[in-house]
Design a protein around this ligand. Sequence first.
Ligand code: TLP
Length: 342
Amino acid sequence: MIDLRSDTVTQPSQAMRDAMAAAPVGDDVYGEDPTVNRLQEMAAALLGKAAALFVPTGIMANQLSIKVHTQPGDEVIVDSRAHIVKYEHGAAAALAGVQLHWVNGHRGILAPEQVLAAIRPSDPYNPQTRLICLENTHNSGGGSVYPLPTIQRIRALAVARGIPMHLDGARLFNAVVASGVPAADYARHFETVSFCLSKGLGAPVGSIIASDAGTVAKLRPLRRMYGGGMRQAGILAAAGFYALEHNIARLKEDHEHAQALAGQLRKIPSVSLDVAGVETNIVLFEVNDPSRSSSDILGTLKQAGLLINSVGGMSFRAVTHLNVSAQAIEEAGRIFTRILTR
Ligand code: TLP
């Protein structure tokens, strides 16, 4: 089976498993797990931040970041198709009690003018804008990379109004590899930055939040409140450490595979897709065939040995990752051509 549903499906390699088995561990709620501490130091250094916190999931990283910057009733500016809006089960409302103020970005990228227009005036009537969240790369935007100058312009207007910024960098290293912009150059524009170890980087579990030391000190008890205080978590952190050491540069291969797949899909008459819009490891496309349903297409592809996800209507997502070889991508292209050309 060729599994292109997500880069979350990656399996830990034998070398990663060996590193996990050998990891020295301690009780991380006491801050005594040497492997967790080592991962946090490495992640903070990579992002140019003073400190970092290991958390179980990307959603927890986003939600703790929202919680630490806001009070109930505050408003958070975010793209309307952000993961925080679409795929976190309403957690920002349920857990932090905030109101999300959606802005319709282009491929998930917000224009500074849109952010400016969404900031509420300080008066007795409006909720207060207390946080701006960006997503890089943008999942529902098709793996789009935030242009650094756009982030800089949003940052300038946020700083002028004293509004902190959070980056959902679940796939930040895909952006880094695609753009050549170092992670720290993105991260310096945000008070908190999260990234996932368990997507393209290939670790089985875990995300990081990086910030200043004071914010990380506030995040630690909040992490426990949210149920994310883990004990001998070094077993998991060892996989994350291995991923950061070995699996960043190779993301380039996943991007090449996404391009190759997009090139194949584009040739199929019923498929619409913008190849130039495939910037990283996510390929979004639409099938224009009124005789078929999305579940029929997913089912037929599955029977042929190919898994992808539907992202609403007749739109689909294929994600490349470290367990999919160039040959598997060629085979996926052949399956798509066979099933979608009828
Ligand atoms: N994304 C998953 C699904 O939840 C949609 C995927 O298959 O792409 N931020 C972004 C931008 C994400 O894409 C994801 C996961 C998360 C946060 C949440 O990470 P986890 O699943 O670790 O909580």
